[in-house]
Design a protein around this ligand. Structure first.
Ligand code: XUL
Length: 520
């Protein structure tokens, strides 16, 4: 039976999912994750990242991501549950916006890797910048201002590239690197996204695709081409340093010989990698208008798929289906939830009990901005409590989770062109039913959890399948691609409690006013 491999290199871990598809047989046959902090401690990460002297400077080693990929392939090669020879195509996804800077030695190195040796040490000489800035970095406000000014203002940048210049986006990060390290920029032959870097290890010279390239402030989001204006506003001779943009569904090349020799993997086709959010769009089955997905991961995101961009969206990306993807992103996601749990010495069951005890927190609100926030823009971190203090554990737990959900619901109103009556929940915290109950009450919508937790890795495997069938002249519709994997499971449905939903409607207005007053 044909197998398809999907990989996801997110902020804190690398996951591989293999799916089996033959007619109506559709199932996940391999699912495994490596956690960067726990499984690759030599890279010294906390939550998958490292920080500079300035807490807003956030980066990770690209060698760590490559190393994780190598170790995952080793696991896959020895997995007893699958026959690796049946893998027909491979795709992947990665945390968005982060960038990898390669020198002139990289292409030849990638093509002639020694299959008898691990990958990481062989990459020692290929980088013109040792560390990669990641999406959590918020140190490019000056460059954002310059890019927006050059493009005619933030609205003009958004109309052209899908988003106003954003601190975590790749273009402003490249501009900062060019300004602060012009010699290293000069030594840079290619700038990758995390996704295209990892794809290049599997298929040297791999392109980017529009889904992840639209998180750079460099691509014309309508034409899916690099925008000359945006490139010029960012750094000199930039286009020659960027990979080509190809369709998300093209097949690139058979798997690089390194992996075939080292792990006896087959010459499976490699399909372009995309960003974790665009990949999750497929992995949650959102291939048409009218459904909202909420991903509760390191970042919390909410997204929809539309034929035309939604006007209230802070980011418009391209969907791997060729449509548009509208997204909002919150920086204070899983790490903030983990913080409040640890702060009060609780386990997740105790958190759940506190959430169930007094929905609405007696009208008290927390703005959960442990770190600087993306939505809305908050540059002075610190949780803001209204009506309670830090001594009250239950009020803090409820305040934080309810605050996150109210922010999601309020801002998500702008990314759907239709009323939201159903939410698909994914990401690590989606396994927590009490959190999903808060979500259902706050959104006043049914919330469904999918069977597969890592929707980005699943989306990658599904994209590999779609591309393979297309190239074999047996195209399958996106609806068919996702069916059997992303159908909402009625057993996992969480419905709103009408009384609580009415209360949250009022509390959401209070939250919105406080948020407006306190952000900036
Ligand atoms: C989206 C964003 C994050 C990252 C990390 O714009 O910055 O969701 O993709 O997952």
């Amino acid at each position: 039976m044909p197998l398809y491999l999907g990989l996801d290199c997110s902020t804190q871990s690398l996951t591989a999912i293999v799916i089996e598809i033959d007619g109506d047989t559709r199932r996940v046959v391999f699912n495994s994750s490596l956690n960067f902090d726990r499984d690759l401690p030599e890279y010294g990460t906390v939550g998958g990242v490292r920080r500079g002297i300035d807490d807003n400077e956030v980066f990770a080693s690209p060698v760590m991501w490559a190393d994780a990929l190598d170790r995952m392939m080793a696991r896959l090669a020895t997995a007893v549950e699958i026959d690796i020879d049946d893998i027909r195509a491979i795709s992947g996804s990665a945390q968005q916006h982060g960038s990898v800077y390669l020198n002139r030695l990289a292409p030849a190195t990638f093509r002639s890797l020694d299959a008898n040796a691990p990958l990481a040490p062989q990459l020692a000489n290929v980088f013109s910048r040792a560390m990669s800035p990641v999406w959590m970095d918020a140190t490019t406000a000056a460059q954002c201002g310059e890019i927006d000014a050059a493009l005619g203002g933030a609205d003009a940048s958004a109309a052209l590239t899908g988003s106003p210049a954003c601190e975590r986006f790749t273009g402003p990060q490249i501009r900062k690197f060019f300004q602060q390290h012009p010699d290293a920029y000069e030594q840079t032959a290619r700038i990758d996204l995390v996704s295209s870097f990892l794809a290049s290890l599997l298929a040297p010279g791999a392109p980017m695709e529009p889904g992840d390239a639209s998180g750079m402030n460099l691509m014309d989001v309508r034409s899916n081409q690099w925008s000359r204006e945006a490139l010029d506003a960012t750094a000199p001779q930039l286009e020659q340093r960027l990979p080509a943009i190809r369709n998300s569904w093209d097949r690139i090349a058979p798997l690089n010989v390194y992996w075939r020799k080292r792990y006896s993997l087959p010459a499976a086709w490699v399909v372009p990698w995309t960003g974790d959010n665009p990949s999750s769009l497929i992995g949650t089955g959102i291939v048409r208008e009218g459904i909202l997905a909420v991903s509760l991961g390191t970042s919390d995101t909410a997204f929809t798929c539309t034929i035309e961009p939604a006007t209230g969206s802070s980011h418009v990306f391209r969907s791997p289906t060729g449509d548009f993807m509208n997204l909002i992103c919150f920086r204070n996601g899983a790490l903030a939830r983990e913080w409040v749990r640890q702060q009060y010495g609780l386990d997740w069951n105790a958190v759940a009990k506190m959430l169930e005890a007094s929905p609405g927190n007696d009208g008290r609100v927390m703005l959960p901005w442990l770190e600087t926030e993306i939505t809305p823009r908050v540059t002075h971190p610190g949780v803001r409590r209204f009506g309670f203090d830090e001594s009250d554990a239950a009020a803090n737990v409820r305040g934080l989770i309810e605050g996150q959900m109210m922010a999601l619901a309020n801002h998500a109103a702008g990314i759907s062109r239709m009323p939201i009556d159903r939410v698909i929940a994914t990401g690590g915290a989606a396994v927590n039913r009490a959190i999903l109950q808060v979500m259902a009450n706050v959104f006043d919508a049914d919330v469904y959890r999918l069977d597969v937790e890592n929707s980005a890795a699943l989306g990658a495997a599904l994209r590999a399948y779609h591309a393979d069938r297309l190239a074999s002249d047996e195209p399958v519709s996106w609806k068919t691609v996702v069916s059997g994997f992303t159908d909402p499971n009625p057993g996992h449905r969480v419905s709103p409690n009408p009384k609580h939903a009415a209360m949250y409607r009022r509390l959401r207005r209070k939250y919105e006013l406080l948020e407006r007053e306190q952000s900036g």
